[in-house]
Design a protein around this ligand. Structure first.
Ligand SMILES: [Zn+2]
Length: 110
């Protein structure tokens, strides 16, 4: 009797873990923040976020995901990239809400 209960519990645990694993592969809820930061667009989002300032221009075109107005910002990569001769500056079109990078037009690099 006890063996049967243990087997049922073990079976349930295996089914639960398997479905969590499958769901995670499908929806990617584990490590989603990393995906948002590096998976979308060219630049790391934390670097982009630091360049969103009062010069950001709201564009008439809208985000395909949320319908909010896109913004154009003057992106400049962090100072260590310039010190290491891999700095990039770019006019970048983003949706701040979706953290989505649409277009970038490089304005300078070193
Ligand atoms: Zn959006």
């Amino acid at each position: 009797m006890k063996k049967k209960v243990i087997l049922i519990v073990l079976g349930a645990v295996v089914v639960l873990l398997t479905s969590l694993w499958v769901a995670n592969r499908h929806f990617g809820f584990v490590g989603q923040m990393q995906k948002v930061d590096v998976g979308r667009g060219v630049f790391p989002w934390k670097d982009v976020e630091e360049c969103i300032d009062e010069r950001a221009v709201e564009l008439p075109s809208r985000c395909i995901w949320c319908g909010r107005h896109k913004k154009e910002i003057h992106f400049r990569s962090p100072s260590y990239t310039w010190e290491n001769l891999c700095g990039v500056a770019s006019d970048l079109t983003i949706c701040e809400h979706c953290r989505w990078q649409y277009d970038s037009e490089m304005t300078s690099r070193n």
